[in-house]
Design a protein. Structure first.
Length: 127
């Protein structure tokens, strides 16, 4: 279990680095950051629930991403101030976009398919 969590954590950190880098390079489309955000959430959930089925992790991570995106419709003053911080900007985002929902769906799907593919390769090697 500890080994699996370590792999998931290292993947999580790598995705964070890629996501931040994607915002710093001008020619990378903005949706790539949202795509990577969903992949990051997938592996974050996986760190805490390493033995749950991958499809359950997919659904939960997608639910979290959607909730955060819809939370951007909430415009209370304290929430607006929180979004002005570095944490708020990266975690909560700035404004609701339907295209973000699409990017999250593709990102979580990619993480799910990636994990299932890697698990299949490891299972075939152990036979």
């Amino acid at each position: 279990m500890k080994k699996a969590r370590t792999y998931y954590f290292l993947t999580f950190l790598s995705i964070i680095a890629l996501g931040i880098l994607s915002r710093k390079i001008a020619f990378i489309p903005l949706w790539i950051g949202d795509f990577l955000y969903a992949v990051m959430i997938y592996f974050l959930v996986r760190i805490f629930l390493p033995f749950k089925k991958a499809f359950s992790i997919f659904l939960l991570s997608l639910f979290i991403c959607y909730c955060i995106e819809f939370l951007q419709l909430y415009q209370a003053e304290w929430m607006i101030e929180l979004r002005k911080t570095l944490f708020g900007r990266y975690v909560l985002g700035q404004g609701f976009l339907w295209s973000d929902i699409l990017a999250y769906t593709f990102g979580a799907s990619f993480a799910f398919i990636l994990e299932k593919s890697i698990l299949n390769v490891f299972n075939q090697k152990s036979e």
